[in-house]
Design a protein around this ligand. Structure first.
Ligand code: SAM
Ligand code: SF4
Length: 465
């Protein structure tokens, strides 16, 4: 297999699968949901059955099965992070993105290291511990070293109560050697979205630059794995092509990674196209995804790849985000800005941002809301720092062992957030949730949680197991 072979994305097979699952009956849907409840994942033909559900009762059954799966694997925790946009310079021409090269309607900016440190400090002072570093595909004169220096800068910043403990990145595809260099910077997840797996659409929306090369992009996760980066994030930009096609292609990509490397991606992201400055297609997606279909996407992914995290960004409104937490989302961004410099300078500038946001609430408000819904916001970075990634993570996740770490770590890092950053109303709601969660925990995770919580109560920080 050549380095950029992508023959595993088989459009004919997808078309065939979609055609044969056109009219599923309720007996078949019940069979598929029973299998899904075993948390062993689903085949493409089974996924296609669930995608065609439209009857309200069957839809409720699908959502209920996903809710149980989410609860079984992840319990009531929700990992929280913020994106850090360091540069909006870009040489590509992606029709949906405000950063595309020919767009003269935005102000261009690549933050220098002092500015990146100021952004980082601002995020730490809100209470964040995890960042996703994001940049367009054109770096200032240092080239890729700019990214490496920026990661180093983020990790070097200390503020009154803390530091960033995990930097994930969303960057354009790299060569094998560049991935090897990236690995040395101590990143958490390398994340990249294929945008659309539909080749014809891909060619239509990526007009210029390196990103035109579909195969180079789809094969980037293979090169990352070969370079030893086994914590990967994958995704589709929904709205460009039929979402049913995209889900089945995404599954082919995941299967390829599992077959080749023994382990699939750690997370799947589900961005929907949002309006972007200077982009018509972003405001009028060729294949808009309705809110009901969007909830179906989250529920189906939860059942299709039960042990893969699902990330929900602030592209979505607070209401949609709330609904999808129950259906399978395990990570959320909060308090986000997509314009470089937006945190320290306190501005939401549409004329420098990548796209418009659906949820503008500050972190404290999101945390209070999430906690009042019964979810424990987690700032945990334990797995990555203990080397529990790739196969090691899956070995723990599949028999349900990971919950024994996630539950206690979520409580201790949430308690740390409440102590160091939360407003009074958030502290009250948060403490009630911690007490209630402890009451319902099994004896062993409860014992671990109490040890970690005591460490935080006694002034400790960064307590995890
Ligand atoms: N430039 C790199 C790339 O394209 O892979 C990395 C960063 S890019 C800023 C991150 C992601 O933002 C893209 O992969 C795309 O899915 C998403 N994005 C771009 N325009 C968007 C829009 N109008 N609405 C929602 N998401 C968008
Ligand atoms: Fe550039 Fe990425 Fe935006 Fe495309 S999506 S224009 S590559 S920043």
């Amino acid at each position: 297999m050549s380095n950029t072979d992508s023959s595993y994305i088989n459009e004919d097979l997808i078309a065939q699968t979609l055609a044969t699952a056109a009219k599923p009956d309720s007996a078949l849907i019940n069979d598929v949901l029973s299998k899904a409840a075993e948390l062993k994942g689903l085949e493409s033909s089974e996924i296609a059955v669930l995608m065609n559900i439209s009857d309200p009762d069957q839809l409720s059954q699908l959502f209920e099965t996903a809710r149980k799966a989410k609860d079984e694997i992840y319990g009531n925790r929700l990992v929280v992070f913020a994106p850090l946009y360091i540069s909006n310079l870009c040489a590509n021409e992606c029709l949906y993105c405000a950063f595309r090269a020919s767009n003269t309607e935005i102000k261009r900016r690549a933050l220098n290291q002092e500015e990146i440190a100021a952004e980082t400090k601002s995020l730490i002072d809100q209470g964040h511990k995890r960042l996703l570093l994001v940049a367009g595909e054109s770096y200032p004169k240092e080239g890729l070293d700019y990214i490496f220096k920026s990661i180093e800068t983020v990790y070097s910043v200390k503020s009154e109560h803390g530091e960033i403990r995990r930097v994930n990145v969303n960057l354009a595809p790299l060569t094998l050697d560049e991935f090897k260099a990236l690995k040395k910077t101590n990143i958490g997840t390398y994340q990249i979205f294929q945008e659309t797996y539909h080749r014809e659409t891909y060619a239509k929306v990526h007009l210029r630059g390196k990103k035109r090369d579909y195969d180079w992009r789809v094969s980037s996760l293979d090169r990352a794995m070969q370079a030893g980066i086994d914590d990967l994030g994958i995704g589709v930009l929904f709205g460009l092509a039929d979402w049913r096609f995209e889900i089945l292609a995404l599954m082919q990509h995941i299967k390829h990674l599992e077959d080749t490397f023994g382990v699939g991606p750690h997370t799947v992201s589900v961005p929907r196209l949002e309006p972007a400055c200077g982009s018509d297609i972003a405001s009028q997606p060729p294949f808009p995804v309705s809110d009901v279909d969007f909830r179906k996407i989250v529920a189906i992914l939860r059942l299709a790849v039960p042990y893969t995290g699902i990330i929900m960004s602030t592209r979505e409104t607070a209401d949609i985000r709330r609904e999808t937490f129950a259906l399978g989302v395990s990570q959320i961004s909060a308090g986000s800005k997509t314009n470089p410099g937006g945190y320290a300078e306190g501005e939401d500038k549409f004329d420098a941002a990548q796209f418009s946001l659906g949820d503008h609430r500050p972190l404290d408000e999101v945390i209070r809301d999430v906690a009042s819904l019964g979810y424990v916001p987690s700032f945990c970075t334990g797995c990555y720092r203990l080397g529990r990634t790739g196969q090691d993570f899956m070995d723990l996740a599949k028999p349900g062992e990971i919950k024994k770490h996630c539950g206690p770590n979520a409580l201790s890092t949430f308690m740390e957030y409440l102590r160091d950053y939360a407003s009074e109303p958030t502290k009250v709601i948060g403490q009630q949730l911690i007490d209630k969660t402890l009451e319902t925990m099994e004896p062993e995770p409860k014992r671990r949680s109490e040890i970690l919580l005591d460490q935080v109560k006694n002034g400790g920080s960064d307590a995890y197991c």
